[in-house]
Design a protein around this ligand. Structure first.
Ligand code: G2H
Length: 256
């Protein structure tokens, strides 16, 4: 199966709505048409940047995809501070990051919430980029595969194959996030391969063969090609390095 690699920049809580315009223009200017033939390129931006990015992408017919870093599990109503699936769909967000370890750590997101958010995204035609991965203690104990697969099971509980076939799964070992300590290609392959095998158990091999499994955690242009050489790594979720347009474009061009 041919899976189109996905390079997705997770800006986290960086770039205001004016900086977002500058940064997106820089990216669009640096990326040539041919870059998009081999790789899908996405930016995952703060809610306050979505309108800026949408206007540029729609107005200039850019091939860049964009999305949010979270989504409410509710579709509307008295939920102060939340942003709903219908709001994101109206801004034509293609993706929503769900269950990032920073949300699990600092905002109390558990399996049940992550599962509800995955379902909320699908209700509105938004593709979840589902983040899973183990903390350092679990890695040290050697139970990282079981830990990560349990997160996958929980997140996809009750999600039908017709939805799950489009899911993007991002394996992000917590010890590699923002630490500069990137997982080795072998570490990434071990867990990304196990994720695909579990998807095959849950939904069958054909569906599992279509799903893109990304690696995330301190990816840079120097580490991208090695990770991408692994059979079950279909792209990357890029935090820090996505804030530097030149570096991000180098990652998109990992083959060169
Ligand atoms: C992991 C990653 C992107 P960074 O959180 O989601 O961030 O590349 O800064 O480790």
């Amino acid at each position: 199966t041919e899976r189109l690699p996905l390079m997705a920049g997770n800006w986290k809580m960086n770039l205001d709505h004016l900086e977002a315009i500058q940064h997106t223009q820089k990216l669009a200017f640096s990326l040539a048409d041919k870059d998009y033939e081999a790789v899908e390129v996405a930016v995952l931006v703060p809610f306050t940047d979505l309108r800026s990015v949408q206007t540029l992408v729609d107005g200039d017919k850019l091939k860049l995809k964009y999305g949010s870093q979270d989504i409410s599990r509710h579709d509307g109503g008295a939920y102060t501070g939340e942003i709903s699936g219908p709001m994101l769909a109206k801004l034509k967000a293609a993706y929503a990051v769900i269950g990032h370890s920073e949300r699990r750590q600092y905002h109390g997101e558990n399996e049940e919430i992550v599962n509800a958010k995955v379902k909320a995204a699908y209700r509105h035609g938004i593709t979840p980029i589902l983040c899973i991965g183990e903390p350092l203690e679990v890695r040290k104990a050697g139970t990282h595969v079981a830990h990560t697969l349990a997160q996958l099971d929980g997140a996809l509980d009750g999600v039908p194959a017709s939805d799950a076939e489009s899911v993007v799964v991002a394996y992000e070992p917590v010890w590699a996030i923002g630490t500069g300590e990137v997982a080795t290609p072998e570490d990434a392959q071990e867990v990304c391969g196990a994720i695909r095998a579990r998807l095959a158990e849950l939904y069958g091999p054909e569906l599992a063969g279509k799903v893109r499994v990304l690696y995330g955690g301190s990816v840079k242009s120097s580490s991208a090609a090695g990770l991408m050489a692994k059979p079950d790594v279909d792209g990357a979720l890029i935090g820090g390095a996505s804030l530097d347009a030149e570096e991000f474009v180098k990652i998109v061009r990992y083959r060169e």
